[in-house]
Design a protein around this ligand. Structure first.
Ligand code: VGL
Ligand code: ZN
Length: 245
C-alpha cells in the first residue's frame, strides 16, 4: 500500500517534471502563450505547375516551392514546430467532377445544402502527386484530410461533415498558442485552415508571399476575410513580428 502511494507520488512528480521540461525545451519559440507552430498547407504535386499537377495553381513553380521549402527549414531552425496538411482523397471522392455525370471541372453544385466546387481528380491517396513537396523530415506531423468520399475538407481542422481531424489535439498536445500558416490555395485550404485555427483560439499569422491562390479575386477576398477574423496577414516573413504578435 505504502509503496503504491509513493510510486504514485513519484510518477506524478515525473509527469510534472517532464511537462516542465518540454515546456522549457524551446524558450525562444513560445513563452507564456505557448509554442509557435507552422502549418504548411497542401504543398503537394497536384496543386503545382512544378509537377504539372491536375489542379495546378498559378505561380506554383520551382521558385515558389523552393521559397516554401527554405522558409520552412528556417522556421524549424528557429525552433518553431512544423506541421503540415495533406489533401488525401479516395478515387470516388465527391469533389471530383468525374464522379458526377455531365459536370465540368470548376462547376459548383449544391449537395445537401452545401456548395461543392467540382475539381479535376487530385491528390489521390498513394499517388506520386499527392506527396508533400517539402522535406518530410521537417514535420512533427502531417495531417491528412479529405479521406471521406462524402465530404470535402478544405480545412486542416475538420471536414464539411463536421468531423474533426487530429490537428487541434496535436497542437494542444504540443502546447501551441500561435500558428503561422502558408501554402496552397489561399482562397480554399489556406483560408479554411487559418480561419478554423483562429476559431479554435490560436493566434494566427498568414504569410501572403508563401501562398498561392486558385483565382486572384477570390484570393484577395480571402485575405480580407481572414483579416476581418483577427488573423494577421504578413506580406513577407518577419521573425521579429511573428515572435512578438
Ligand atoms: C484544395 C481544392 C480542392 C486546396 C484542395 O488545397 O486549396 N483546393 N482540394
Ligand atoms: Zn481536394
Amino acid at each position: 500500500m505504502k509503496s503504491s502511494i509513493s510510486l504514485f507520488v513519484l510518477s506524478a512528480f515525473c509527469g510534472l517534471l517532464m511537462s516542465s521540461v518540454s515546456a522549457e525545451a524551446c524558450p525562444e519559440c513560445g513563452g507564456a502563450e505557448g509554442n509557435i507552430a507552422v502549418i504548411v498547407v497542401d504543398v503537394q504535386g497536384d496543386f503545382t505547375t512544378l509537377k504539372k499537377g491536375s489542379l495546378a495553381v498559378n505561380g506554383t513553380d520551382q521558385t515558389f516551392v523552393d521559397a516554401v521549402a527554405k522558409a520552412t527549414k528556417n522556421f524549424s531552425q528557429e525552433g518553431l514546430l512544423i506541421f503540415g496538411t495533406q489533401d488525401w482523397h479516395p478515387g470516388d471522392h465527391i469533389s471530383f467532377f468525374t464522379n458526377h455525370d455531365g459536370k465540368k471541372p470548376f462547376e459548383a453544385i449544391q449537395i445537401e445544402g452545401r456548395t461543392q466546387v467540382l475539381w479535376p481528380p487530385h491528390c489521390i491517396q498513394g499517388t506520386e502527386n499527392a506527396r508533400v513537396l517539402v522535406d518530410n523530415n521537417l514535420f512533427r506531423a502531417i495531417v491528412k484530410k479529405g479521406q471521406d468520399s462524402r465530404y470535402d475538407s478544405y480545412s486542416g481542422f475538420q471536414d464539411d461533415g463536421g468531423a474533426k481531424t487530429e490537428m487541434d489535439k496535436i497542437l494542444k498536445r504540443n502546447m501551441v498558442g500561435k500558428v503561422v500558416v502558408y501554402g496552397i490555395a489561399t482562397d480554399y485550404c489556406v483560408k479554411a485552415t487559418a480561419i478554423d485555427a483562429a476559431r479554435a483560439g490560436y493566434k494566427v499569422i498568414v504569410v501572403e508571399d508563401l501562398c498561392r491562390g486558385v483565382a486572384p479575386d477570390t484570393s484577395q477576398k480571402a485575405l480580407e476575410e481572414m483579416k476581418a477574423q483577427g488573423i494577421e496577414v504578413l506580406k513577407t516573413i518577419d521573425m521579429k513580428r511573428i515572435k512578438e504578435l
